[in-house]
Design a protein around this ligand. Structure first.
Ligand code: DP6
Length: 329
């Protein structure tokens, strides 16, 4: 079996140098337009399908230095307790890079993503940590390797190594050596994302567990890989042809299809709150009125609106509480 530690060591062993005084990394969050939902290997975060995302302007900055007796983790200026899940998940990742048991790290991380934004910070978090480690040990790894290492922290982090539109190739190798993200070479500068926050409470079930239950029990999950293949082809076509209707409808349908696989799981997994459904109806009503707006959703109750700059003022009028983001190219 390939363990994470084996994989990391294989990638970094002949590239690691003595630690510098500090290592700094910064990465942006991303939202999948065609989702990653289901793993063929839980240990290595190897997905069953490709996925396709857009990078957001908000991200995470992480600084690593050496510590004396134990690992220290500081998040937005506050020291995190050793029992905290955030601390354990981070230290587990550091273990793969630790030269020996007596080396300890201080990790100071700042999230530009407010916890209330309803956006996952694990993608930008693990990508920023990987970049900080790369700098700390002067490894100078290429983006493919950085994407593979970030993936071992959290699957979606593999996409946060890049900006713009990004496709994560599922790969087929058992050790995940061909499962990494790549930048899609087309841009759409007029695209906007509207964050609609329904709840910033902690998820009822984390996405890792939800994916696993869905994959094992949902009859609808069987059609999911074909759906993803179709949707990725469509979304790329939409971007190349600047066909916003095809773009929005593909992303929206893909998100709903992902949630349908969860609803069909046993036990049912439903992240939606009544307000999520209300918001869906408001978006559909706006479309009926001729306003081109679509949505996507991840493993939570919040919707992310998709629209173009030309429609920004009408959409902000219809949905006054949204926060509009301009994705970096
Ligand atoms: C619904 O990347 O958080 O946001 O690999 O277990 O860490 P792990 O999962 P994670 O899952 C993200 C799921 C999603 C869809 C997506 O981002 O593609």
């Amino acid at each position: 079996m390939n363990t994470k530690k084996d994989i990391v060591q294989k990638i970094i062993s002949d590239r690691v140098h003595a630690p510098k005084p500090f290592g700094l990394g910064h990465a942006k969050a991303n939202i999948a337009l065609v989702k990653y939902w289901g793993k063929r290997d839980n240990e290595l975060n190897l997905p069953e399908t490709n996925s396709f995302s857009i990078t957001l302007p908000l991200g995470t900055t992480t600084n690593i230095t050496l510590a004396n007796n134990e690992d220290i983790v500081v998040l937005n200026g506050t020291k995190i307790e050793n029992q905290d899940q955030f601390y354990t998940r981070l230290v587990l990742f550091l273990n793969y890079f630790r030269p020996d048991a007596s080396t300890h790290f201080k990790v100071e991380t700042t999230n530009e993503i407010p916890t209330s934004a309803g956006l996952a910070s694990s993608a930008s978090g693990f990508a920023a940590l990987t970049l900080a480690l790369d700098s700390f040990f002067s490894m100078n790894l290429d983006q493919k390797m950085l994407s593979i290492l970030s993936r071992l922290g959290s699957g979606s982090a593999s996409r946060s190594i890049f900006t713009g539109f990004v496709e994560w190739q599922k790969g087929s190798n058992k050790d995940g050596s061909d499962s990494f993200a790549e930048k899609f070479s087309h841009f759409w500068p007029e695209l906007r994302i509207g964050l609609s926050i329904i709840s910033s409470a902690k998820k009822s079930i984390d996405s890792r567990k939800a994916m696993d239950i869905t994959r094992k029990t949902s009859s609808l999950w069987k059609s999911w890989p074909d759906q993803v293949t179709h949707d990725i082809t469509q979304i790329k076509k939409a971007i190349i042809e600047k066909d916003f209707e095809l773009f929005g409808s593909t992303a929206e349908h893909n998100a709903l299809a992902m949630h349908a696989t969860m609803i069909a799981a046993s036990p049912t997994i439903l992240y939606w709150l009544p307000e999520s459904i209300q918001m869906m109806h408001r978006i559909w009503d706006a479309r009926k009125k001729g306003i081109p707006v679509y949505f996507t959703m991840d493993a939570g109750p919040n919707l992310k609106l998709l629209f173009l700059e030309k429609d920004k003022s009408i959409i902000e009028q219809e949905f006054p509480t949204i926060q509009t983001l301009v994705p970096p190219q």
